[in-house]
Design a protein around this ligand. Structure first.
Ligand SMILES: Nc1nc2c(ncn2[C@@H]2O[C@H](COP(=O)(O)OP(=O)(O)O)[C@@H](O)[C@H]2O)c(=O)[nH]1
Ligand SMILES: [Mg+2]
Length: 369
């Protein structure tokens, strides 16, 4: 369907292909795909913002999200809070041994070396200045120090109207890229933006189908070619299509890859290059999607992907049901990258901009801090 739509709506910008840009492998602009049965490609995507889905009851949705976040962090919280209670039990004074026990607990909670060091430095300074009256005051001091690490990473990103922006989603297999793309598409569509999805994960047919499934579910068009197509070629065409129709944001899916797979990292750089040929400022955003359950290995992923393609943000998925919630602090303390969104489930509404206060509350609630 998109092929017909592209032909009908061909503009000079849409006429280029990665082949003509000198980057493609001759795949040309033959673009097939599906926009969802109920959508008429002839009027897409300009008609998309006109009938956004009803957001329902936003207050109830937020409450639901917070309780899911809290529930999801049950295991992380148990570990941290019960660990602190155990350490603080019966302790009358704050001494070196107590601080060492707390340090070990933060490391066990997956906060990582850097965040743990920052938290402990701050707490130790407060102890030296006699600002903490008793061991119980340590809990709120740790909570506050954690918030200070996380707060600078709260930087929501929303598309800007008036020019087509590209958001490239990268990460390892199974991290939650495609699911997060579906959720973001629904979110931005409901906020009045026009959205197009690009099926740049061409490794498996199932990957293309999964994205098309999301396209249908949230009623957003998808530009796709068959599996095995050149990823850069698909995304080049998707960008042409998005620009030709003045779509606000193209969200580009990519195949999962390990940061150690050099040739696949090179493929990502190629995707970037072909997009830049159409617009020197594209892709405007490149987000790494991380599974919260990954723990400390996430740090390697962030560093290596950042070095390879220059990340502008991070999304953390599966905060429901992880014992490694502390990894959010580990990531925040390692690189100055915004944490754009967090996911707490597989549903379309289980995604929210990162909220440091809500996260810390969920991690500490019940501790009395
Ligand atoms: N529980 C939970 N599952 C998620 C979340 N995000 C994604 N998933 C699931 O994780 C699996 C892999 O997600 P997918 O989007 O296909 O990952 P991709 O390979 O990076 O594209 C799927 O079963 C998703 O439903 C989340 O926030 N919470
Ligand atoms: Mg995927």
């Amino acid at each position: 369907m998109v092929l017909q739509w592209l032909k009908r709506n061909k503009s000079p910008a849409a006429g280029e292909s990665p082949g003509s840009a000198g980057e493609g492998d001759g795949g040309g602009s033959a673009c097939t795909g599906d926009t969802g049965e109920s959508l008429d490609p002839g009027i897409l995507p300009a008609s998309l913002p006109e009938n956004p889905p009803s957001p329902g009851n936003p207050a109830a949705a937020r409450k639901g999200f917070l309780s899911r976040l809290r529930e999801g962090l049950d295991r992380s919280r148990d570990q941290l809070v019960s660990g602190m209670e155990r350490i603080l039990l019966g302790r009358k004074a704050i001494d070196g041994e107590l601080l060492e026990d707390l340090e070990a607990l933060l490391l066990q909670a997956d906060m990582g070396m850097e965040a743990t060091r920052q938290i402990m430095d701050q707490v130790t300074r407060q102890v030296e200045r006699r600002e903490l009256a008793d061991p119980a005051a340590l809990r709120s001091a740790i909570r506050e120090a954690l918030l200070e690490i996380l707060r600078p990473h709260v930087q929501e990103w929303v598309p800007t109207k008036g020019r087509t922006q590209v958001l490239l989603m990268v990460g390892i297999n199974g991290a939650g890229k495609t699911t997060t793309i579906g959720k973001l598409a629904a979110r931005w569509k409901s906020e009045g933006f026009s959205v197009l999805l690009g099926a740049g994960d061409t490794f498996r047919a199932a990957a293309v189908e999964q994205l098309q499934g999301w396209g249908q579910k949230v009623q957003v068009p998808v530009v796709a070619q068959g599996s095995g197509a050149d990823s850069a070629s698909v995304l080049f065409d998707a960008f042409s299509a998005a620009r030709a129709r003045s779509v606000d944001v193209l969200i580009a899916d990519t195949a999962g890859r390990l940061h150690t797979q050099g040739h696949l990292m090179e493929e990502l750089r190629k995707v970037k290059r072909v997009l830049t040929k159409q617009d020197p400022s594209a892709p405007q955003e490149i987000w790494l999607v991380l599974d919260a359950g990954t723990g400390q290995n996430a740090l390697r992923q962030v560093k290596e992907f950042h070095e390879a393609v220059g990340l502008t943000g991070i999304c953390i998925t599966k905060l429901d049901g992880t014992a490694k919630g502390g990894m959010v602090a580990a990531i925040a303390s390692t690189l100055p990258l915004p944490i754009r969104f967090v996911g707490v489930g597989e549903g379309v509404d289980d995604l929210r901009p990162f909220d440091a206060e809500a996260f810390v509350d969920a991690l500490f609630s019940g501790s009395g801090a």
